[in-house]
Design a protein around this ligand. Structure first.
Ligand code: ATP
Length: 221
């Protein structure tokens, strides 16, 4: 299979860090920005770095944007440029278009014009941090939908030594423990007889209301 090729348009902090991370993972990544200084900054990091205005269809055509497997539009403040770029990419038949949204209104438009994935880094990170602040036990949190999440939570004294069957979390709380981390070990799909120990990290999936009941009754001291 051919190596996947990515393009990042807009090299602000967000686009820039995606570009850097992809390159560090050994991926082919083309970096593009209207600002020459930004492009120079990434010329040794990305596989190719080009100066260009992504709202100009001919520029995108000339770099063969259609051939990339995934294009990330990381133009932040300039909503008009972000929307126009997305429309052109869509019209040119780019397979996967991921776009950074600046606000809810921007997100709505992007989904209407067919962006394949809309990322909202500030909002999502804000929510994750808020969960960490509210509960000391929640290490990480991933929103699956408006009502469902996956969380990483630390087991405390209350459930120390209890087996999954004893707790019967699925029947009692409607949540599923999909994996457990104990030190360096990861137990994926733990068996019903598996015991939980204080300090284990539980990875739980479920409805937010159920997760919160689980947390209140079994985790909070
Ligand atoms: P952050 O730095 O937090 O990611 P941001 O997402 O608001 O902030 P900006 O600072 O707006 O990002 O940076 C977006 C980048 O997109 C800038 O480097 C800017 O030069 C570039 N850019 C803006 N318009 C275009 C365009 N039409 N074509 C290509 N690049 C563009």
């Amino acid at each position: 299979m051919n190596k996947k090729e990515f393009a990042v348009i807009g090299l602000g902090r967000f686009g820039g860090s995606i570009c850097r991370a992809l390159s560090e993972e050994g991926m082919e990544v083309m970096a593009m920005d209207i600002d020459e200084d930004k492009v120079n900054e990434y010329s040794t990091i990305a596989s190719h770095a080009v100066v260009g205005d992504s709202t100009d269809e001919s520029v995108l055509k000339s770099i063969g944007i259609r051939n990339f497997d995934l294009v990330i539009v990381a133009i932040g403040d300039n909503l008009k440029a972000s929307i126009l770029t997305t429309i052109i990419l869509k019209e040119l038949g780019v397979k996967q278009i991921w776009v950074k949204a600046q606000n809810d209104y921007h997100e709505k438009i992007l989904s209407k014009i067919g962006a394949d994935r809309i990322v909202h880094p500030e909002r999502d990170m804000g929510k994750r941090i808020a969960h960490n602040i509210i509960s000391n036990n929640v290490l990480d949190y991933l929103e699956l939908s408006d009502e469902h999440s996956i969380i990483e939570i630390v087991a405390g004294q209350k459930i120390d030594g209890k087996s999954l069957i004893e707790l019967d979390v699925r029947a009692n709380y409607g949540v599923t423990i999909v994996a457990m981390k104990r030190g360096r070990d990861i137990i994926v799909s733990p068996q019903a007889t598996e015991q939980i120990y204080k300090g284990d990290i539980l990875i739980i999936i479920g409805a937010d209301t159920d997760i919160s009941r689980f947390e209140k009754n079994l985790i909070e001291e």
